[in-house]
Write a protein that binds this ligand. Structure first.
Ligand SMILES: Nc1ncnc2c1ncn2[C@@H]1O[C@H](COP(=O)(O)OP(=O)(O)O)[C@@H](O)[C@H]1O
Ligand SMILES: [Mg+2]
Length: 245
């Protein structure tokens, strides 16, 4: 379980989020929606301490993973990143073979003998095994975008993280690859706590257990049509985004 408590973040004088308190329950999918520039990526990067090197980045409050504040000084950031995996909008594959990409994060922690089994296991999980099993030695850059996105997911899963952060992973994919990723994410929630950033509201509502909206530095649950029966879902979405009705 992840919990932000009175959490604020800023780049220099520019406040991004203020005094947030909310939780992501374990083994569930939370979707995060919000306009461009509202701070979605900043929050994800905060959860694996990827903003540490940005000079003017400041935080206040705490971010708890399993009850432990990840910003306390004794945190082992490498261990944190094994626990909290992140997948970006654009698949970032390394200029290495498909096999070497998948094994990248664990190549020094599991024996060479175990590596092929781990590679096969995670490639099967992301529905990529059948497509690549005969070309594992080829450069990963020869794969299509949709395949590369599933490959980056396999690379993250190989590390067996507890938390999966996904930053608009389907925004540059065709409908077939998008459906494959959505199906996959739903199959993973038994094992992982998932935070999924998306622009697609329908996607958020169909796959997530809870939908959060980030707006003007605040995070709040999406008010669903069920909670406000007299309002259409389109109107609700417009309301929470602050669009004119
Ligand atoms: N490294 C940075 N330095 C300064 N400002 C940044 C940096 N990264 C992001 N920002 C600013 O933080 C705000 C939130 O950005 P971001 O989290 O990327 O939004 P989103 O992912 O919701 O589109 C934006 O105003 C953006 O310009
Ligand atoms: Mg973003």
């Amino acid at each position: 379980m992840i919990r932000f408590v009175n959490f604020s973040a800023a780049f220099g004088e520019r406040n991004i989020v203020q005094d947030l308190t909310f939780s992501l329950p374990a083994n569930s999918i939370t979707a995060l929606i919000g306009a461009s520039g509202s701070g979605k990526t900043t929050l994800l990067r905060t959860l694996c301490r990827m903003n540490d090197r940005i000079k003017n980045f400041r935080i206040a409050g705490s971010v708890l993973v399993d009850g432990v504040d990840i910003y306390r000084p004794e945190t082992d950031v490498y261990a944190l990143r094994r626990k909290v995996g992140i997948i970006f909008q654009k698949p970032c594959v390394f200029p290495k073979s498909i096999f070497d990409n998948v094994i990248f994060g664990v190549r020094e922690r599991i024996s060479r003998r175990e590596q092929p089994d781990r590679v096969e296991k995670v490639l099967r999980e992301v529905f990529l095994w059948e497509e690549v099993k005969d070309r594992l030695g080829e450069k990963a850059t020869t794969l299509s975008q949709g395949q590369q996105q599933r490959l980056t997911l396999a690379r993250t899963l190989a590390v067996e993280p507890q938390v999966l952060l996904m930053d608009e992973p389907t925004s540059s994919l065709d409908p077939k690859s998008t459906a494959a990723i959505e199906r996959l994410v739903q199959s993973l929630k038994n094992r992982h706590t998932i935070l999924w950033v998306t622009h697609q509201h329908a996607q958020a509502q169909s796959i997530a257990d809870q939908v959060l909206v980030i707006e003007r530095g605040q995070v709040s649950p999406l008010r669903t049509p069920m909670a406000r029966p007299s309002t259409s879902s389109t109107q609700v979405l417009q309301n929470v985004q602050g669009c004119p009705e």
